[in-house]
Design a protein around this ligand. Structure first.
Ligand code: EPZ
Length: 417
């Protein structure tokens, strides 16, 4: 199994080109199921989760080719409405094909994704909301068996809790439902806005009617579409933190800084110097990192997907800091590994209490989930010795060419077998 070897401290310097967003690409790929017309997608990241979603679509009959810049999807022969456990088990976003399959075929059998390292992650909100569109479902042998006897019918749905995935599933499903759907208490992450923009390009009729409410008029005709996926704001945030924690000097390119303003403001508060241009963020890390208390929250709050990386930074702050994790119940898997490297972090419920002034020590480490893994890489980049990070398939799920991008900016990192 492949590992990452990190050979100690490096002040990261140079330019980083940010890839397309994994979490925008996944629902957009799922939404292509709605259409029988050709779809051209640009800026998909080359990461494992995208490969898995493409394989899932192919397993259901999609024809998918790629040229240099585009993925070309042709679903006119797509005829299966079954998403198998084998493909969905490695990637929870597999559940996102449920809404579009129901919209297209009126029935679907989709594997339940199961729990994962960061929490139990049920899909009850997706299922209850779909039932308001006329879907009947039962769960048997690990699969959701769903049927819409009269097709999907527009409805009013208020999400009981903000859920990115449930909002996406319902937006996609309602786009082909009969009549009008009103969704309220929607997640409004930039990736959701990207999905809506993609659906508009295909000819769907969606309109934001207030901050968290969307009106969707079902259509029965879609057009050929070409769409460029937004940048990966979590990858961008990760490299910003990498610069801050290594006293680096990085230009983060191909980004829209307004979409990670919250994280930029936090980094400024802890002492980093940041200049923002239209498509670029220039960050210079600082010697003295100031402590701060943080809480994760749905967008526009601090992204839970950057919590582990922020924690590494706060381990090096001048005083104690607290991070409260408000999205997932168990997203502190990185803490035990960071403590093995010399951090002093205590967990109390959903709070991590972080003593500052940590000099991380190199170690052999175990990655547990995507963002936890990258936090270990960040910590290892500040040490004096050699760290070895195991189970990096977690990293490959969401970071394109991570070791190459880091090598280019001065990190001594390589992939070993
Ligand atoms: C998306 O997951 C992202 N994944 C996650 O990124 C991200 O951490 C998360 O949103 C929050 O921003 C993708 O976009 C593919 P949720 P999702 O539904 O949609 C609970 C990464 O590292 N919930 O907003 O699964 C749930 O357990 C990944 O790239 C229910 O209780 O997140 C959680 O506590 C990890 N029932 C909260 O809601 C449901 O039916 C928010 O989850 C659905 C969710």
């Amino acid at each position: 199994m492949q590992k990452l070897e990190v050979l100690g401290a490096a002040k990261l310097k140079g330019n980083v080109n940010i890839s397309g967003s994994k979490n925008a690409s996944l629902p957009i790929l799922a939404a292509t199921i709605l259409s029988n017309k050709k779809i051209f997608l640009k800026n998909l990241p080359k990461v494992k989760d995208i490969e898995t979603m493409i394989n899932l679509l192919k397993s259901m009959g999609s024809q998918i080719k790629s040229d240099k810049k585009n993925l070309i999807i042709n679903n006119y022969k797509q005829n299966k409405n079954f998403a198998s456990y084998n493909l969905v088990k490695t990637m929870r976003a597999g559940i996102l094909v449920l809404g579009p399959l129901l919209a297209k075929f009126g029935r679907a059998k989709v594997s339940l994704p199961g729990g994962c390292a960061i929490g139990t992650r049920p899909v009850d909100i997706h299922l209850k909301a779909l039932s308001k569109l006329g879907v009947k479902y039962k769960i048997s042998q690990g699969y959701v068996h769903a049927i819409a006897p009269k097709g999907l019918i527009g409805s009013k749905i208020h999400f009981p809790k903000i859920s990115v995935g449930a909002t996406e599933n319902l937006i996609i499903a309602a786009s082909l439902a009969k009549g009008t759907t009103f969704l309220s208490n929607c997640a409004i992450e930039p990736e959701i806005k990207d999905l809506v923009n993609f659906l508009l390009k295909m000819g769907c009729k969606l309109k934001w009617v207030s901050k968290r409410s969307l009106k969707i008029e079902g259509v029965n005709y879609l057009e050929e579409a070409s769409y460029t996926i937004m940048f990966d704001r979590i990858e961008a945030g990760t490299y910003l933190i990498a610069a801050a924690v290594t006293e680096g000097n990085l230009k983060i390119k191909n980004v829209n800084p307004t979409l990670i303003k919250t994280e930029i403001d936090i980094l400024k508060k802890i002492g980093a110097k940041i200049k923002v241009k239209r498509n670029e963020i220039h960050i210079i890390g600082c010697k003295k990192i100031k402590s701060i208390n943080l809480k994760t929250a749905p967008w526009p709050g601090l992204a839970t997907d950057l919590q582990a990386q922020m924690m590494v930074l706060l381990c090096k702050a001048n005083k104690k800091s607290i991070i409260q994790e408000n999205i997932f119940e168990n997203r502190f898997m990185h803490v035990a590994e960071l403590n093995r490297m010399g951090a002093k972090i205590l967990i109390n419920g959903n709070k991590a209490i972080i003593d500052g002034n940590t000099e991380f020590a190199a170690a052999e480490l175990m990655a547990t989930d995507l963002r936890a893994s990258v936090s270990l890489v960040l910590a290892a980049l500040t040490t004096k010795g050699k760290s070895l990070i195991n189970r990096i398939y977690h990293l490959d799920r969401g970071y394109e060419n991570i070791e190459k991008k880091l090598q280019k900016i001065g990190a001594k990192i390589r992939r070993v077998n």
